[in-house]
Design a protein around this ligand. Structure first.
Ligand SMILES: C[S@@+](CC[C@H](N)C(=O)[O-])C[C@H]1O[C@@H](n2cnc3c(N)ncnc32)[C@H](O)[C@@H]1O
Length: 498
């Protein structure tokens, strides 16, 4: 096979995936008791990288890394290669080929990423993928493999069955997708199961490539965690932990009764039981070589060797004087309850520093400083602080990394965005990646504005250009002026300006 027609016809929306950042994966490894290789100079391999929407921004951000992508769909691999050529990047390349037929001399990699691949390929390719990890992972290297989980997918199988049976497999992918939308309408009228109806509503607004490659794909084989862990074992690999947000570990620690007591210490069994208890649908597994030192569950003591960042805000007035629960929310709309005053103060400090990261000691002292500024006296209970921070780190209200660093967000003179951001903005179908590898949801005018930021226009000139560009929308010139300023600040905060 020299290409994958379904992905050529309907390419995957290739996005930056924050949980695949090597510095984040290194932080996860530290929470599990071992040091992964330096993310700044890492050798990174991404399998099934589509057009490189995840890999290329990683290579851009870490110029001393060496990145290799492998992609079987010719259209996607060539789109990625053309994008790399345009940027003149020399530390990343995309190989058009089958991950099951990689040359032995490809070398060692410190981080291997395979997002959305394992469950969507035939069993022989699944085995080959694990073999690539065994053969090419460096001694303390980390692999990230996501996969669909049976417990959460079983209730959705009737939907996949109906969609595959009621659409014509021999249609070109875009036409079959249109047919699938009509089937969804029909199923909505026929079915009453709330789980299925919720999924149908979601699919109607989801990216076409998601619906197609998840529900109409030839292969989508959800797995049980125990089966996955056993397969790792046969390939000389081990499960380390999760890169995705973990409600579960917190629940486990709280002893909310999800896990039978008889499983204490039997971590892998507990993971499997959690999938059943929580109807887990998707896992982002962090994997290492079988001989890598590894602690389970993740260790709160390891927080003192990490740094943290958080893009959170609270719409409530924050009461730093009392342990009342308050909610912080991230840009994805996920909410994180925080009660401990010192942790509320820390969240405020992190929000102000974003996208910069503070190490543990600096975060604690920033929290103390915020409390002092608001005249809140008394000692910070460090054990309580660590526990509250651990909960936020595990649930991804606060993200962890392995080194601290500040970022100056300045907006003055003639704003200039870096070349990657400008080219992403100008390239249809490409997503702009913000600081910390987030996918930025820019509307068409935001993309136009970003594409203009080559350092040749003053802010006033940019406002005038946008007023002309948007004249036909009926927006008042002052409104366009305000929106332009807001967008420019967003670009600055997201580290897009140089
Ligand atoms: C569901 S998509 C995920 C794409 C990307 N990793 C992401 O998450 O955005 C699966 C990708 O794996 C690629 N793929 C499937 N089988 C492959 C193989 N044997 N070798 C290399 N790539 C493969 C597909 O072409 C597709 O781009």
């Amino acid at each position: 096979m020299d290409t994958l027609a379904s992905y050529d016809e309907l390419p995957y929306d290739s996005l930056p995936l924050p949980e695949t950042q090597p510095d984040f994966l290194a932080a996860v490894a530290r929470l599990h008791g071992f040091d992964a290789p330096d993310p700044g100079r890492a050798r990174i391999l991404e399998l099934g990288c589509a057009s490189g929407g995840n890999l290329i921004p990683l290579a851009w951000r870490w110029p001393e890394s060496r990145c290799v992508g492998v992609e079987l769909s010719r259209v996607q691999a060539e789109a990625g290669a053309a994008f790399i050529r345009h940027l003149g990047l020399s530390n990343v390349r995309i190989i058009h080929g089958d991950l099951a037929a990689l040359p032995d001399d490809l070398g060692e990699f410190d981080y291997i990423i395979a997002h959305g691949v394992f469950s969507w390929v035939p069993p022989a390719v699944q085995q080959a993928l694990l073999e690539v990890c065994r053969r090419h992972l460096s001694p303390h290297g980390i692999a990230y493999l996501s996969f669909n989980v049976e417990a959460g997918w079983n209730p959705l199988q009737p939907l996949r069955t109906a969609l595959t049976e009621r659409t014509a497999a021999d249609l070109p992918a875009p036409a079959r997708f249109e047919q699938a939308l009509r089937v969804l309408d029909a199923l909505e009228a026929e079915w009453s199961d709330p789980v299925l109806l919720k999924e149908i509503a979601y699919l109607k607004s989801a990216a076409p490539s998601y619906l197609f490659h998840e529900y109409l794909a030839e292969f989508n084989a959800p797995m049980r965690f125990a089966e996955f862990a056993a397969q790792l074992d046969t390939h000389g690999l081990r499960y380390v932990g999760e890169a995705g947000p973990r409600r579960a570990v917190v629940e486990l620690e709280d002893g909310w009764g999800l896990i039978p007591e008889s499983m204490a210490g039997r971590w892998l069994d507990a993971e499997a039981a959690l999938d059943e208890a929580l109807a887990t649908r998707f896992r982002r597994a962090v994997i290492a070589r079988a001989d890598a030192p590894c602690a389970q569950p993740p260790q709160a003591e390891a927080l003192s060797r990490l740094a943290f960042y958080a893009d959170v805000r609270s719409d409530e007035e924050i009461d730093l004087g009392a342990a009342t629960e308050q909610r912080f929310v991230n840009p994805a709309g996920n909410t994180f309850p925080v009660s401990l005053p010192a942790m509320k103060a820390a969240a405020m400090a992190l929000a102000a520093a974003y996208p910069g990261a503070l190490d543990y000691a600096a975060l604690l002292s920033a929290a103390r400083q915020v409390l002092a500024e608001f005249d809140v006296s008394g000692e910070v209970d460090e054990a309580g602080f660590r526990e509250a921070l651990f909960r936020l780190v595990i649930t991804h209200g606060v993200m962890s990394t392995v080194s601290a660093g500040t970022v100056d967000a300045e907006l003055e003179g003639r704003p200039c965005a870096h070349a990657l951001a400008r080219w992403q903005a100008k390239s249809p179908g490409w997503i702009v990646s913000g600081a910390r590898h987030v996918a930025m949801d820019l509307d068409p005018s935001g993309r136009v504005l970003l594409g203009l930021l080559d350092g040749s226009h003053t802010i006033e000139e940019l406002v005038a250009i946008m007023q002309t560009t948007l004249a036909e929308t009926g927006l008042a010139p002052e409104t366009v002026g305000e929106l332009t300023h807001q967008q420019l600040w967003l670009f600055a905060r997201q580290g897009l300006l140089v």
